[in-house]
Design a protein around this ligand. Structure first.
Ligand code: ARG
Length: 283
């Protein structure tokens, strides 16, 4: 059974939550807008309901708190409508932070905000990536290794840079479908050994790699991927995902995860879902 977040008590821990407290970074969509188009989801001529986006974001935030996690919230900037997507705010593991280098000039100025936030969080080592690197949107820590999505946003050369900086193995996966421009739009990390993904978003060689690494993965179909349903957030036992795609939710429940449903329909106008709005600080 899955639970709709709207019906879940906000102030108390929700059943199914895990004992491990996670640390997350979020930024409110106070100035959310679609003023430019840097992915196929973004249509500047279509209106955006900022209040709806704020309500959806707030519910996500409150759900993470209700699950017992710690959420740091950084201030929004009126000139940076995409900064709500903090998953692109870098990679933080242990005492080290790697600040993103965005592919598009429209998001460039976000990097200094994320750099400042990382310093404020007390990280010992913070530096900006040399090659285009869109943070956890493309680099997902999965167990000991990092899965890297390259080819559409993050530069393939970022793979070695991340490997060297964090001294961890990084597995490069080539993204090939512009609708799934970040790894976290095509693949979800559910726990250290479980992922869900849509194979069609990856080059054939990368599909082989994924099959080899995760023989028991949950496979989504194109329709589910195109609802951006794979952009889900898991703390290892509870998964927060879109209100669409009930069958995918059921398949995740069958694997022993609790699933909470939260609509991110307004944020999807910029190409984002629940995961995009959250950067995990692996400290
Ligand atoms: N409009 C943003 C962009 O295209 C959306 C970013 C979504 N973030 C993510 N981690 N997938 O950059």
């Amino acid at each position: 059974m899955t639970v709709n977040v709207a019906s879940a008590a906000p102030a108390t821990a929700i059943a199914g939550s895990m004992p491990v407290q996670r640390r997350y970074l979020m930024c409110p969509p106070t100035y959310f807008a679609v003023r430019y188009s840097i992915n196929p989801w973004m249509h500047p001529a279509q209106p955006v309901d900022v209040l709806a986006a704020i309500a959806q974001w707030q519910r996500l935030h409150d759900t993470l708190i209700a699950l017992g996690h710690h959420v740091d919230v950084m201030p929004a900037d009126p000139d940076l409508p995409d900064m709500v997507f903090t998953a692109n705010g870098g990679i933080v593991i242990g005492d080290r932070g790697l600040v993103p280098r965005f592919r598009h000039a429209e998001r460039d100025a976000e990097s200094m905000h994320f750099a400042r936030t990382m310093k404020d969080l007390g990280l010992a080592e913070v530096r900006q990536a040399r090659f285009v690197n869109e943070g956890e949107g493309d680099f997902l820590l999965t167990g000991e290794r990092i899965l890297a999505g390259t080819g559409l946003r993050s530069d393939p050369r970022a793979v070695k840079e991340v490997q060297d900086y964090f001294s961890r193995p990084v597995v490069a996966l080539q993204l090939v479908d512009p609708r799934f421009y970040h790894l976290d739009t095509a693949l979800a990390r559910l726990d250290a050994d479980t992922v869900a993904y849509w194979p069609g978003a990856f080059a054939p060689e990368s599909q082989d790699v994924l099959r080899e690494l995760f023989p028991d993965a949950i496979l989504a179909d194109e329709r589910e991927a195109a609802a951006l349903a794979l952009n889900m957030l898991s703390d290892g036992s509870t998964v927060i995902m879109t209100t669409e795609c009930d069958e995918l939710a059921e398949r995740i429940v069958e694997r022993g995860f609790a699933v909470l449903r939260a609509s991110t329909s307004e944020l999807r106008r910029a190409g984002g879902g629940a995961k995009c709005c959250v950067l995990e600080l692996h400290r």
